[in-house]
Design a protein around this ligand. Structure first.
Ligand code: IPM
Ligand code: MG
Length: 372
């Protein structure tokens, strides 16, 4: 039985995780699987009980599991802690420890639900389907040295280091090219090579990888231009590959094309099949406990987990199809509310998707999996 380290975390994390769990339960029932979900503390919740954002037991569980799911971490009550004790440290710690260097953030907007987007409908064309591949375990998030120091003149300085090695760039670029090969065969590499040395190495290395994927077309964009293009003409993109910080920024920007950051799932992968799955949104402390958070980013993250770590493509698609159906019927959480929609809470949205999963199967255009 596959094991999943299940880390609800803080704020809206536990609520969206509960909705995602309902959907997993529906998958178990509908397709006759069993998943062993092992819950553990992470982030602020872990700080409160153990003094550490990433307790050793939690990390041990993550290392053993076939996949790790995390709801969200962080909140104002832990904002004043020193950097190594902040809830976010747990996120970075798990990513680094598991070596999940490729963070996939798919952004999809279907033709029917473009009205939720802040962009004009004509800019969204027939819909958006792009995949951000963000390098996740290197770059300025982890580069050394990082420190505060005083200049000889007694002035306070702070320093972070943006550093990439060819190997780090090569492996994440390979993921992007492989993914593009199964999609529309276009990779856009995003950097700041007109200014940064690390970006020049990034660009050269990506070029080298491109030579091994002749069927995939490669273009390079500077990150500032890319931000502009994501708003001006998002339909032009297929796969975007970029460094840790640029990917962080561009994925928030791209998420809102869907109408809400709450829609975005993510999968973080390394060399093996074990992956780390989390919605892209944060812990939403202001809306926590109110049953209003959008659980679809978490639910779609569970779909990615079935696809990439558990080898259950059909089941993954049944969740994605269920989400489309529920949105197609007009159900929305408040973050995506629009005229004529049916407003539902977190729990109800989870139940609707779970109900749909329980009843789907034949329309996916795929052969049904063999019963295990
Ligand atoms: C993300 C988040 C995290 C990041 C924060 C919470 C550390 O913004 O996953 O995009 O910057 O990676
Ligand atoms: Mg972010």
């Amino acid at each position: 039985m596959p094991t999943v380290a299940w880390l609800p975390g803080d704020g809206i994390g536990p609520e969206v995780a509960a909705a995602a769990r309902d959907v997993l339960k529906a998958v178990e029932k509908r397709y006759d699987h069993r998943f062993d979900l092992r819950e553990a503390l992470v982030g602020g919740a872990a700080i409160d009980q153990t003094g550490q954002p990433l307790p050793v037991d939690t990390l041990a569980l993550c290392r053993e599991a076939d996949a790790v799911f995390l709801g969200a971490v962080g909140g104002p009550e832990w904002d004043d802690l020193p950097p190594e004790l902040r809830p976010e440290k747990a996120l970075l710690g798990i990513r680094k420890d598991l070596g999940v260097y490729a963070n996939l953030r798919p952004v999809k907007v279907k033709a029917g639900w473009t009205s939720a987007s802040p962009l004009k409908e004509e800019l969204l064309g027939d819909g958006i389907d792009l995949l951000i591949v963000r390098e996740l375990t290197g770059g300025i998030y982890f580069g050394q040295p990082r420190e505060r120091r005083s200049t000889p003149g007694g002035e306070e300085q702070a320093l972070d280091t943006m550093v990439y090695s060819t190997d780090e760039v090569r492996r994440v670029a390979e993921v992007a090219f492989r993914m593009a090969g199964e999609r529309r065969k276009k990779v856009t590499s995003v950097d700041k090579a007109n200014v940064l040395e690390s970006s020049r190495l990034w660009r050269e290395t990506v070029e080298g990888v491109a030579g091994r994927f002749p069927e995939v077309e490669l273009t390079h964009f500077y990150v500032d231009n890319c931000a502009m293009q994501l708003v001006r003409n998002p339909a032009q993109f297929d796969v975007l590959v970029t460094g840790n910080m640029f990917g962080d920024i561009l994925s928030d920007l791209a998420s809102v094309l869907t109408g809400s950051l709450g829609m975005l799932p993510s999968a973080s992968l390394g060399d093996g099949s074990r992956g780390f799955y989390e919605p892209v949104h944060g812990s939403g402390p202001d809306i926590a406990g109110k049953d209003v958070a959008n659980p679809l980013g978490a639910i779609l993250s569970v779909a990615l987990m079935l696809r990439y770590s558990l080898g259950l493509e059909y089941e993954a698609r049944s969740i994605e199809a269920a989400v489309e159906t529920v949105l197609g019927r007009g159900y929305r959480t408040v973050d995506m509310a629009q005229k004529g929609c049916i407003l539902v809470g977190t729990r109800k949205m989870g139940e609707l998707v779970a109900g749909e999963v329980a009843g789907t199967g034949s329309f996916l255009g795929l052969p049904r999996p063999e019963a295990p």
